[in-house]
Write a new protein. Structure first.
Length: 375
């Protein structure tokens, strides 16, 4: 770790920001889907849902246009609405919070563990009020969260668990009665360019979610074009996953284990290179995760960030805390652990096009930046 990086040009994979990791056949799959002429939910989406269910070992999966819509629908089917509250960490992307607000509910922000940046059962239990209808844990970085210890209490109070697993496709699925929402956005472990999926708890919930993602219409698009009418039975959004995106997702899923291995190897290279490094705390994702990113906590984060960006290294911050955002000011409360972490977290370059050598180079560059920032 003593080798200087300042005289060495920044590797291209470290310099650029993450982008979709494509295997090659995605373009042809998209073209075939376009030529088939089905631009909404069609046969590719049906196949993608079945293949996802098979891969995850679950009875059913409901594909949606994006994870934000998925969270919205999953909360709505659990009864979240005006007068209710959803317990949620502040340390997450704003896409986790906006569906709560859109449904007329109140986000009840809680602190996370300083080590994992994920919520723990004790904090959830302490935040429960008579208005609580759901808990929305965020699987930050891909780390599974175990809330099984408080499940009996949640059941007794009719409080549902909806997992924001946008960063956690491929990670070990949490045991227990949770509705899980995945993201297939551009830089996720599995991409459909844009898209998402919900793992429902029951067949009845799956049926409701399918209706809700189609504007509350009970019949499929294929059935509607063959008849003169249709029935709208309840609330809904335009939230289907187009066949073009599903076609990309199917190619990605077929080679997902390859990507999972690349991400795991890269994360381990970072962990080994930073082991014992002074002033750097690696946010652990655990042994059961397919890592989404590599986040460290460092003193003087803003200066370190600026130094590394000036040197062409694609670092970032994920994310500014939501309880301090103007849009959510009415629900602000003191969260000292979150607020401290917010000034220290730094995301290092992390995507499957990088190699372990790239990770080691970046780790050395981080230590140089820390030394320079302290002068």
């Amino acid at each position: 770790m003593s080798t200087s990086t300042t005289s060495t040009s920044t590797p291209e994979a470290v310099r650029r920001n993450a982008r979709p990791y494509l295997h090659g056949p995605e373009m042809a799959a998209m073209a075939a889907a376009m030529e088939a002429g089905q631009y909404g939910h069609g046969p590719q989406a049906d196949l993608f849902e079945q293949e996802l269910a098979d891969y995850l070992g679950v009875p059913d999966v409901v594909a949606v246009s994006c994870a934000t819509v998925g969270i919205h629908l999953a909360l709505q089917v659990c009864g979240v609405g005006p007068g209710t509250e959803v317990i949620v960490p502040s340390q997450t992307f704003a896409a986790t919070i906006q569906p709560i607000v859109a449904l007329g509910a109140a986000p009840r922000f809680i602190d996370h563990s300083p080590d994992t940046l994920c919520v723990e059962p004790k904090a959830v239990r302490e935040a429960i009020t008579p208005a609580t209808r759901a808990v929305l844990p965020v699987l930050y970085g891909g780390r599974p969260i175990d809330l099984t210890g408080i499940v009996p209490e949640l059941r007794r109070r009719n409080i549902h668990i909806v997992e924001d697993a946008a960063q956690a496709f491929g990670s070990r699925r949490t045991e227990g009665p949770a509705t899980t929402v995945y993201s297939f956005g551009p830089i996720k472990q599995l991409t459909a360019l844009v898209g998402g999926a919900i793992v429902p708890r029951t067949g009845e919930e799956a049926e409701s979610l399918r209706q809700m993602r189609s504007l509350g219409i009970t019949s499929s698009q294929a059935d509607r074009i063959r008849t003169t009418t249709y029935s709208v039975r309840g609330p809904g959004l335009r939230g289907v996953l187009p066949d073009v995106n599903a076609a990309v997702g199917r190619i990605q899923l077929a080679r997902f284990d390859e990507v999972a291995a690349l991400r795991t190897s890269l994360w381990k290279a970072y962990a080994h290179a930073l082991d014992g490094a002074s002033g750097v705390a690696l946010v652990d994702v655990g042994a059961d995760a397919v890592p989404f990113n590599c986040v460290v906590r460092v003193p003087g984060r803003d200066r370190v960030h600026r130094i590394m960006r000036d040197r062409g290294i694609g670092v970032g911050v994920h994310y500014p805390p939501n309880h301090l955002q103007p849009a959510f000011a009415r629900w602000t409360r003191s969260l000292p652990i979150t607020e401290r972490a917010a000034g220290e977290i730094l995301s290092l370059p992390f995507h499957p096009a990088m190699t372990p050598d790239d990770a080691r180079w970046t780790a050395a560059a981080l230590l140089e930046a820390l030394a320079d920032a302290s002068r």
